[in-house]
Design a binder for this molecule. Structure first.
Ligand code: NAD
Length: 366
């Protein structure tokens, strides 16, 4: 296979799309540009066997277009696994818009983006992700029905982040039970990295259970605010990854479990909201297992948000959203037990269950 013989740099030059390491049989990748509004976006449709591809739009000031492409490919693939393991009839997709949302995001740009989404005719449904607000999805809704995460006032299920946090909390408790024999978070030292929409709610839930929550963020104002609200300690050390604690909850950006950090980690459990926490699932998953660190797969425990937005398509209500999200506890515990029995990583175990579900559906469709 081409990806095994070329270095990453060679790949960039010689096999720019199909040869990218993050390219994993994606069905379709759409590049969208509009000079008038400054829009540059990429929509990745990874897999639509279980249903239309659903995944949020991330707006970020990427260092290069390569980084943006790599991000959308990794994220859209992750969405396929997330929907499949959660039992939803959805495929995996994601979009990125290149640029600093504070500088270039305008209603005109979001409208133009919505029109591009519309051209896919329902193969891809968008939603909010980093750099997006519910109001942006409302703008997109003006030009296409293929959008979720719109405001309750406009008939949507509203901000998915509190539901995501609740699912992460459920996954964290299941992983704690697996690691410690009971799922109580009281007294546990929990490092929450990133206290944005999801992180803050996770801090609230953990603090309510009398956990010792330590928070880290690059935004000092948020740190002060969240610390005051929930009595959380602000991390002022040099290196969060080297901190001794029970649980590390990555709730900022992905790939924080990598070659640099893996040897420093002194926690018993990793359970957080960020997508793609393992820089390389084939390397860092087994290394965590070897170190005896229990890893709750991100795409499994951060599925609350997709459960919430899926409600807009399927038309189910609050109670069902809650019970489906609560079920993340059972699925996580099952997967951790299964991976132990089979001596494989929890990530690999969750991925194989998701792949089996897709394979069965594919067979039915033949
Ligand atoms: P957000 O943008 O509201 O919050 C991210 C927070 O991380 C911000 O406070 C930011 O200042 C902080 N941050 C950024 N870089 C940091 C760093 N290097 N160190 C410490 N803090 C840093 O995003 P969110 O909606 O809370 O999502 C958090 C993560 O969870 C993202 O990776 C997102 O993709 C993932 N996720 C979110 C949802 C959802 O429903 N919002 C669903 C699934 C996955």
């Amino acid at each position: 296979m081409i990806t095994e013989v070329l270095t990453a740099n060679q790949l960039k030059k010689e096999a720019p799309v199909f040869g990218q390491l993050s390219f994993d049989n994606h069905e379709q990748v759409v590049f969208c540009q509009d000079k008038d509004t400054g829009l540059k976006a990429i929509i990745g449709v990874h897999n639509t066997i279980l249903g239309p591809a659903l995944g949020g739009t991330r707006m970020y000031d990427y260092a290069s277009e390569w980084d943006a492409l790599n991000d959308v490919l990794r994220l859209s693939r992750g969405m396929t696994y997330k929907a499949a393991i959660t039992g939803l009839n959805l495929g995996g997709g994601k979009a990125v818009i290149i640029g600093d949302p504070k500088k270039i995001k305008t209603p005109e740009l979001m409208t133009r983006f919505g029109k591009f989404v519309h051209t896919l005719g329902g193969k891809y449904y968008t939603a909010e992700d980093v750099g997006m607000e519910t109001s942006d999805m409302d703008t997109v809704r003006e030009v296409t029905p293929y959008v979720t995460g719109i405001s309750e006032a406009k008939g949507g299920a509203g901000n998915p982040s509190p539901v995501t946090a609740y699912g992460v909390y459920m996954g964290m408790k299941a992983a704690t039970k697996f690691a410690y024999g009971n799922d109580a978070l009281a007294g546990k030292r929990i490092l929450v990295q990133g206290i944005g929409h999801v992180g803050e709610e996770l801090v609230r839930l953990a603090a309510e259970e009398d956990a010792k929550v330590i928070i880290a963020d690059i935004n000092e104002e948020r740190l002060q605010e969240v610390s005051k609200k929930y009595g959380a300690e602000i991390y002022r050390g040099e290196d969060l990854y080297a901190e001794t604690a029970d649980i590390y909850a990555p709730c900022a950006l992905g790939a924080t479990v990598n070659d640099d950090t893996i040897n420093k980690l002194k926690v018993k459990v990793i359970a957080g909201a960020a997508n793609n926490q393992l820089a390389n699932e084939n390397i860092h998953g087994p290394l965590l297992q070897k170190k005896g660190i229990v890893y709750a797969p991100d795409f499994l425990i951060n599925a609350g948000g997709i459960i919430n937005v899926y409600a807009e398509i399927e038309g189910y209500g609050r109670e069902e959203i809650k019970s489906k999200t609560e079920n993340i506890y059972n699925t996580t515990l099952d997967i951790l037990n299964k991976s132990k029995a089979m001596n494989i990583t929890a990530n690999a175990s969750a991925m194989s269950i998701a792949e089996d579900r897709i394979a069965v559906r594919k067979k039915e469709q033949l």
